[in-house]
Design a protein around this ligand. Sequence first.
Ligand code: FAD
Length: 511
Amino acid sequence: MKLNSELQKQFTGYMDLLKDDIILTASLDDSENSKKVKDFLDDISSISEKIVIKEASLSRTPSFRIDTKAKVGNIVFAAVPLGHEFASFVLALLQSSGVVPKISEESKKRIQEIDQAYHFETYISLSCHICPDVVQALNIMAVLNDNITHTTIDGALFKDEIDDLNIMAVPTVMLNGREFMAGRTSIEEILDKIVGEKQTTISYSKPFDVMVIGGGPAGSSSAIYAARKGLSVIMVADKVGGQVLDTLSIENLIGTVYTEGPKLAQALNTHMQEYNIEIVKNQTVSKLEKDELINATLNNGDEITAKSVIIATGARWRNANVPGEKEFKNKGVAYCPHCDGPLFENKDIAVIGGGNSGIEAAIDLSNTSSKVTVLEFMPELKADAVLQKKMEQRKNINVILNAQTTEISGDSRVSGLSYKDRETNQIHDIKLAGVFVQIGLAPNTEWLGDYLAKSPMGEIIVDQKGETSIKGIYAAGDCTNSSYKQIVIAMGSGATAALSVADYLMKNFDK
Ligand SMILES: Cc1cc2nc3c(=O)[nH]c(=O)nc-3n(C[C@H](O)[C@H](O)[C@H](O)COP(=O)(O)OP(=O)(O)OC[C@H]3O[C@@H](n4cnc5c(N)ncnc54)[C@H](O)[C@@H]3O)c2cc1C
């Protein structure tokens, strides 16, 4: 295997930053997979004189560990870390050589204080775009504390392990041999889980001019616009990026021909850092109260006061709400085709939902799964004609209209799905290994109860200026009753809300 010239160029540049020589200790045998790992490592070491390969027996074959002359390393890859994991591999080399990871001092201290042995193993697929966040977080922890080790395992190379452990979603993280967590996570969330939630103490003497709730495109845009107006801004965000973090390719962010979700999320973060914006991460707001000022209660009990608020809490995948969905989540019930599709290679699966996301998912999954059944509740598909045309060319996609999913069944993992034919009322059973739920989005507004006026769909009703039914409280993006839910639209409405806030503060607070 040869790295393509673009990757080689990038890699050569990064290797100039190595602070110490690296030894890649590889465990190999005569298998085809070992040959792939060896070819990759040969390629890597031929690019940089600072990297040598040694062979030894490790607990998985094929795999390799990142060592230095001074130290046997704590990071192992049981994978050929190309695709989305190439960046994880490069970072692991740099950090193992002594380059300091870019995380907050507080997280660094929390990691270094861990005094118990934690052995993490993360099962990934190379096509999973959310896996690198988890791999990189755990690698940083392994670099900063010798009590921690981390192995990244490509499920495609270790199919027997995936089957034995009943893993049907990536990333799945095992801790000391037991399932620990699945899906996207951050260093802070991992630390909260293993050492307990950190005690944040937010105490601000003065109220902020504006508090932004939510860190997606709408929240980021309103925070930047508000800061540029000279307002003091605090943002409470469980994650900076929002849904963008779950998006693979973005081709309609006007002025940017192509980008990827995690890249755009990073760009939003970097752009906000250019301004004096206080960001409270990994927290959500659970309650708002307005007197003269607005008081927000966070889920950890902290309180923040502001003169105005912009709610930009976005939306999330809608659940099918049928028996079996919750029970078999990550055991055959999935929501991210890009991430989990490869785990259903040569298996029969279903997609619930015939809108754009459902049909896009069906086309994508038909490349790897043997048969894809699309179940649409209505008498016709709602996806764009261009997608339907593309789908019709796939021989292994079958569409069932008027189908109401009634149950997802199985034992330790999904083995079937039942649906009612809404014309005949007859129940049908399908045998399958996986179900991808793709029935649109629900606004993240439940936490507000009926504090603000909402549409029957739960969306916050806003006027042209982004103002809600309560003076001084504005909303933007997918959590509102805007007609369309897109990144540019969310950013635009975030800007509108911030400019309206500036106007409101000038008139009401002499700002
Ligand atoms: C798979 C997928 C692909 C997509 N592809 C595209 C595309 O190609 N082009 C395009 O234009 N659009 C695309 N979209 C839509 C686009 O991502 C959204 O329209 C956009 O992200 C909405 O931005 P937002 O800021 O309103 O909300 P979100 O992006 O949903 O961000 C809101 C954030 O607020 C957080 N939050 C929720 N409740 C609270 C609380 N109480 N306190 C604090 N924080 C909270 C949420 O967890 C989230 O992080 C896609 C969406 C998905 C799911």
